[in-house]
Design a protein around this ligand. Structure first.
Ligand code: C2E
Ligand code: CA
Ligand code: CA
Ligand code: CA
Length: 278
């Protein structure tokens, strides 16, 4: 039995080695991804529930690895967060998204907000607000067209130091959204203290909203809560016409999901917008 245990341990150990090695490799490749032009952003439209106009576009990172091909964000964002590479990558994402939004405005597209996912490591940098200002200054994008998506956990983790930061960002004029709302552990009452403008209901609640009574009830509650605090409520993961009908009926303000469009590369996104506005 003792031998078996040792053998198992060795197998486990060598598997650990393999996955640690794979992760190290990704880290190395990630550190060169920006300079090698391998990162890009796809954009997914957000539509106003009432008039169907495009009010936002979420920027979603894509990594085109020279050997592995397209690596999905869940495979590289967590690694980038662990090794710290998310700081330069996240900055590149924010600046690229701001420049893109400005370019669309200069081209004469009807303006909409660009929504950028911010990871905890980035957000907790002491000079994060300065970095946001820098991205705005360099791109010449007016702050009201930038929205930062943060998650509940980030806000709750260290709420005493976070509130002044959120207030500063809000006073710059940028919008703040709580992403994946409902999956965290925050007390809803906290929200009132934060200078947040928007709640994004997590897609796990939207998925079964037409069949699952609990999910429908939670969605209902989030929409009411959001509205009672003066926030805009966004539903993501909207995949069907039934989702649209139900969310519209519940008074949800903004919808995002495959039903309208999956995230698209820049040119295709522009084509989608033009066709949508016709
Ligand atoms: P997220 O912020 O919750 O982004 C929404 C995800 O849902 C995106 O996955 C999007 O493609 C997907 N999605 C959109 N509509 C639908 C739908 O109707 N049905 C379903 N099933 N899925 C839908 P994606 O692009 O794979 O990104 C996954 C996650 O990776 C994001 O979740 C976000 O947490 C992270 N991520 C992506 N880009 C960035 C980034 O630039 N920075 C940071 N820090 N994280 C990012
Ligand atoms: Ca998001
Ligand atoms: Ca989300
Ligand atoms: Ca998510």
């Amino acid at each position: 039995a003792k031998d078996d245990g040792r053998r198992l341990y060795r197998i486990y150990d060598s598997q650990m080695d393999a996955s640690a090695k794979a992760e190290k490799e990704i880290e190395m490749d990630l550190s060169r991804a920006i300079e090698r032009n391998e990162l890009s952003l796809h954009y997914q439209p957000q539509l106003d529930t009432i008039d169907n106009s495009v009010v936002g576009a979420e920027a979603l990172a894509r990594w085109n690895h020279p050997v592995k091909g397209l690596v999905p964000p869940y495979q590289f964002i967590p690694i980038a967060e662990n090794c710290g590479e998310i700081i330069p990558i996240g900055q590149w994402i924010m600046e690229t998204a701001c420049r893109q939004a400005k370019e669309w405005q200069d081209k004469g597209l009807p303006p909409f907000r660009v929504c950028v996912n911010i990871s905890a490591k980035q957000f907790h940098l002491s000079d994060f607000t300065q970095r946001v200002e820098d991205a705005l200054t360099r791109s010449k994008l007016a702050p009201q067209w930038l929205e930062l998506e943060i998650t509940e956990g980030m806000v709750i983790a260290d709420k005493d130091s976070i509130i002044p930061k959120l207030e500063k960002l809000s006073s710059l004029g940028v919008n703040l959204a709580i992403d994946d709302f409902g999956t965290g552990y925050s007390s809803l009452a906290y929200l009132k203290k934060f200078s947040v403008h928007q709640l994004k209901i997590d897609q796990s609640f939207i998925r079964d909203i037409t069949e699952d009574h609990d999910d429908a009830a939670i969605t209902d509650a989030v929409i009411r809560l959001g509205h009672s605090l003066g926030l805009t409520v966004v539903a993501e993961g909207v995949e069907t016409e039934e989702h649209v009908q139900l969310l519209r009926q519940k008074g949800c303000d903004v919808l995002q999901g495959y039903h309208f469009s999956k995230p698209l590369p820049v040119e295709q996104f522009e084509d989608w917008i033009k066709a949508h506005n016709e």
